[in-house]
Design a binder for this molecule. Structure first.
Ligand code: NAP
Length: 208
């Protein structure tokens, strides 16, 4: 297959692209920076510079690649895109990622439709908010939107939007858990806790 990996130079893309290539797929992978095209080429893909927030840029890149499938792996969580991580202000730190989830997904789906791509896969999260009284909630009995803090909803709503539209378009949303290993960033998260940029709520017994 011809596979288009939007965000092919990132933590996920760098692992996904070589695995697709090893299975005999022809991969086009995107980055926002011409400086990273070499990295994408080393992974075995054809590289293209694309801004996932620009509908024209996405439309052009997808049309040129003529893929059979599209994978959305775009986030702007890395330092180069978001600056210092600060989970006390997810709405600020995650602002561009929030847009990439919602608008980026819409642009990719529009490009898929225009180019006749039948299958789109989106990155999503398995992280699920809990409720103090109910404990962990399920999709059958989800939290009501008003039960979530406003700053959390800013992250949550676009994620659910991207899940909804991709599934409605016949594709799939893959919900990731926390990942670890080289480049997995868990060490970075421990560092954030130490620096009090990832708040430990109350006595530290809270969870989500
Ligand atoms: N441990 C965990 O559970 C966990 C979970 C999530 C994230 N993390 C860590 O957080 C960091 C981020 O990981 P990640 O994979 O989400 O991000 P990433 O490695 O920065 O990859 C994001 C991808 O999206 C692309 N991108 C960024 N802005 C874009 C835009 N406007 N339009 C199109 N593409 C755009 C990037 O391209 P460029 O080449 O331009 O950068 C890159 O290819 C990593 O250090 C990761 O290990 C850890």
């Amino acid at each position: 297959m011809r596979v288009f990996v939007a965000g092919g130079s990132g933590a996920m893309g760098r692992r996904l692209v070589p695995q697709l290539v090893a299975r005999g797929h022809q991969v086009t992978a995107t980055t926002t920076s011409a400086a990273r095209l070499g990295l994408v080429k080393e992974l075995g893909a054809e590289g293209v510079v694309m801004d996932g927030l620009d509908a024209a840029s996405v439309g052009e890149a997808v049309a040129q690649a003529r893929p059979d499938a599209i994978v959305h792996q775009m986030t702007a969580l890395a330092f180069a895109h978001a600056g210092k991580p600060n989970f006390r202000h997810p709405e600020r730190f995650g602002a561009k990622t929030i847009r990439l989830r919602a608008e980026g997904m819409d642009h990719l789906l529009a490009a898929a439709k225009a180019t006749g791509v039948s299958y789109v896969v989106a990155q999503s999260l398995a992280t699920w908010p809990a409720n103090r009284e109910r404990g962990l909630v399920t999709e059958e009995e989800p939290l009501l939107a008003e039960e979530l803090p406003a700053s959390f909803r800013l992250m949550w709503d676009p994620l659910h939007h991207s899940e909804d539209v991709v599934v409605k378009a016949g594709g799939a949303a893959l919900r990731y858990g926390a990942f670890y290993g080289p480049g997995g960033g868990i060490e970075d998260q421990i560092e954030l806790v130490r620096k009090r940029r990832l708040p430990i709520i109350g006595g530290g017994s809270g969870y989500f």
